[in-house]
Design a protein around this ligand. Structure first.
Ligand SMILES: Nc1nc2c(ncn2[C@@H]2O[C@H](COP(=O)(O)OP(=O)(O)OP(=O)(O)O)[C@@H](O)[C@H]2O)c(=O)[nH]1
Ligand SMILES: [Mg+2]
Length: 439
């Protein structure tokens, strides 16, 4: 706990309907009493209308005053919030009165830093406060809010818990047990180790650097020659992909930018999926499958003689029957949208369906994301320690257990730095200097 009290305007500077001044620390209640000239401690979390008095005891405003009692406040300390009329003169006078009665101006981000130091949030959540304030889209706000609610912290704590299990089992074996580790234990440890690496890798893949990361990927897939490339050209309105009557025309995946209404997406054309002996085509098919794995939305294209598609779980699918100018849509493809890409028939229906899907995805993101370079670096360093001992951890044996346990401990240290369990003044200064003064 801090023994001094800070005061700052929490809302933007300038004229406005309402401005909020926040006071946090041991003198907050007394300052609240002085501002309102009341002698009783206010009821917690109950906004109450009060007259506000200047340093010279002149009534300068009517304001809603709310008291948050420690530790049930943002900072974990006693807080008084004064929601006054949005006049900078009034705001300044409230701040000056608070300072005259023992408060001081905070450093940037000091309210949030106090919250972190008082154990109200970890460092990841503190960073999320800044990201949330700076979010430039609702989706970005949604992501920061998830992190602030603890999604990333939970994922990191889970990896840490598994690594602690690993290290304690290994060290138990080194210190106490005369016998070598049993196969069952080693099997569990091997799995735990692999899962920890996987979880770190998954998080690193999900580094949300900018809004580009959030642009949905729509991947067109299906057997060769069904018209995937023609459909891509139709959707973007220009000939971006080569079309040919020869099966296996598209070899490498092609990414193009697609805008439907106000929504942006990446549209990906892929090689047709079939069994092939051609080395280049095999590579193309491998990439096509990889693209489908990474897709947010899959457009599965069939035509008259195609096999019925197998839709993957956890993805949004659009099922399209192409070449309706040549063939009637068979009953088994009842659920597909019938189009003719060459004749531009019903492509608008496909666009509408895509638009609906894209809109339904807006503002929500299912994966746990990391949002800052610091978070990325800590997880990367943890993974490097884990990967460094990969050859020592086998399904039925662990070689060099001393080295293994040391490196896992180093990995755990990185997660502690990430959560802010161990930290330096430099790290804190770096993080909180990006905040505004009143946050
Ligand atoms: N009649 C008709 N032909 C079409 C239609 N769409 C595509 N085609 C033709 O089908 C052939 C294959 O089209 P592509 O777009 O190259 O097919 P693809 O699925 O990309 O094929 P791969 O790249 O080999 O996997 C071409 O000759 C196209 O002109 C359609 O709606 N009607
Ligand atoms: Mg093609």
């Amino acid at each position: 706990m801090f023994n001094d009290t800070i005061v700052a305007q929490a809302t933007p500077q300038g004229l406005g309907g309402v401005s909020i001044v926040r006071v946090s620390g041991p003198k907050a209640i007394d300052i609240g009493k002085r501002l309102t000239r009341k002698s009783r401690t206010p009821k917690a979390k109950t906004p109450t209308l009060h007259s506000i008095y200047s340093r010279q005891n002149i009534k300068i405003d009517q304001a809603l005053v709310t008291y948050f009692n420690a530790p049930h406040s943002y900072t974990g300390e006693d807080i008084i919030e004064v929601a006054c009329h949005g006049n900078p003169l009034i705001v300044q006078e409230i701040i000056k009165t608070a300072c005259k009665n023992g408060a001081r101006s905070p450093n940037p981000g000091e309210f949030t830093m106090r919250s972190f130091i008082n154990g109200k949030m970890d460092l990841i959540q503190a960073e999320a406060v800044a990201s949330l304030i700076e979010s430039k889209s609702l989706t970005a706000a949604n992501i920061s809010n998830e992190v602030l609610s603890g999604s990333l912290s939970r994922a990191i704590k889970n990896i840490k818990k598994n690594l602690i299990f690993l290290v304690s089992t290994i060290e138990y074996e080194i210190d106490i047990s005369e016998e070598s580790t049993t196969k069952k234990t080693t099997g569990t440890m091997y799995k735990t180790y692999k899962n920890s690496c996987l979880h770190c890798e998954k998080l690193l893949e999900n580094y949300y650097g900018d809004d580009m990361f959030l642009i949905p990927r729509i991947v067109i897939t299906g057997e060769p020659n069904v018209g995937k490339s023609t459909i891509l050209n139709r959707l973007v309105g220009e000939d971006r992909a080569i079309v040919n009557s020869k099966k296996g025309t598209t070899r490498d995946s092609i990414d193009v930018h697609l805008s439907i209404g106000k929504t942006q997406a990446i549209l990906v054309d892929t090689a047709g999926i079939r069994s092939s002996k051609d080395e280049i085509e095999i590579e193309g098919i491998k990439r096509a499958k990889g693209a489908v794995d990474k897709a947010d939305i899959v457009i599965y294209v069939v035509t008259k003689d195609s096999n019925h598609p197998h839709f993957k779980d956890g993805k949004d699918h659009l099922f399209v029957f192409n070449k309706t100018d040549l063939y009637e849509k068979p009953k088994r493809f009842d659920k597909a949208i019938g189009v003719s890409a060459t004749k531009n028939k019903n492509i608008h229906k496909l666009k509408r369906a895509l638009s609906t899907l894209l809109k339904s995805r807006e503002g929500s993101h299912r994966d746990v994301l990391i949002t800052t370079q610091r978070q990325f670096d800590c997880i990367q360093r943890c993974l490097n320690f884990l990967k460094g001992i990969e050859t020592f951890i086998l399904k039925d044996h662990i070689y060099e257990p001393e080295i293994v346990s040391l490196d896992i401990r180093e990995g755990i240290k990185e997660l502690d730095v990430l959560l802010g369990k161990t930290t330096t003044d430099d790290i804190l200064r770096n993080i909180f200097s990006n905040f505004c003064v009143g946050k």
